[in-house]
Design a protein around this ligand. Sequence first.
Ligand code: SF4
Length: 356
Amino acid sequence: MKNNTLIHIDIMQFQADLITWYQANKRDLPWRKEQNPYKIWVSEIMLQQTKVDTVIPYFNQFVEKFPTVHDLASADEQDVLKSWEGLGYYSRARNLQNAIKEVVTSYGGEIPADPGDLGSLKGVGPYTKGAILSIAYDQPEPAVDGNVMRVLSRILKVEEDIAKPRTKKLFENYVREMISHDDPSSFNQGMMELGAIVCTPKNPTCMLCPVQQHCQAFAEGIEKQLPIKSKAKKQKRIPYAALLIKNKQGDYLIEKRPDNGLLANLWQFPMISLNEMGFSQIPEWFEKEYGIHVTLKREAGKLKHVFTHLIWELEVHEAASNSTQTNRSYAKFVNRKEMEEFPFPVSHQKMMQYLK
Ligand code: SF4
């Protein structure tokens, strides 16, 4: 990276242009109504990997249900996961609750304003830490995510690969040099807002951009070629049979996933990797593993669940059983109404459309 990129930017003017634009154009979002570090924290965790429009209703119902750190710290984890249901990346919710518990036990319920203390809490990475410190506590800390890296890559014409973890550090250093000490909150939020509504990934609207005069990529007509981002590895595909096993009472078998790893502690319909056994072996496996007799019926449909590193290819099948219970403590038959009490990942919520 060129070390002299910043010398082309009038930093004071850049701050003024960005902040003035942000103040006049910022969207009316629920977490911007007050400077509450807890609510800002919740919103920032929800906004990771998820669009603003999707987050708004989740945020509103979450802070209504858990209005303070004390409410979230003392909540049942299954309730927290249920409130997160559909947002995905459930480890975010678990880490948030664990960190909030630590805030209550170690910091008297006050979210620490010290960067070291805040950054040591579970799930609080450099971005979340910077967002909380700048927005809630007015500290000039960088909050650099993929959007901010895209915008800055263009403004400063940075040609480093933003997919590499070490590149983020370079951008954090740039933001430390550029951030307004008078209003770090508006500066960081202005950068995020610019990335969300003007300097978008595919078609940046440079003609309407408040910092166009500072932008080197625009000056050279290369804004669409930046940022440089190497492609992620192809996800591994795993075929599964997912079974909607209904008994004579009309109840369905559901089970809780293990308490660590992917989608930990969420509930699902039983799924069997078809890489590990053939479809016809499934009834025998159920007999052995769950102590229930299962008859396979017709295929109800196909679904996909895409994760960052793998893809579940789900063949959903109807099945029948005479049993009312299993020999596994984490698997049970429930009726449709009871099912609503359990948190399910999105792909399994979608399977409910096939229930009769
Ligand atoms: Fe992004 Fe275009 Fe603005 Fe540059 S001028 S920051 S490329 S929107």
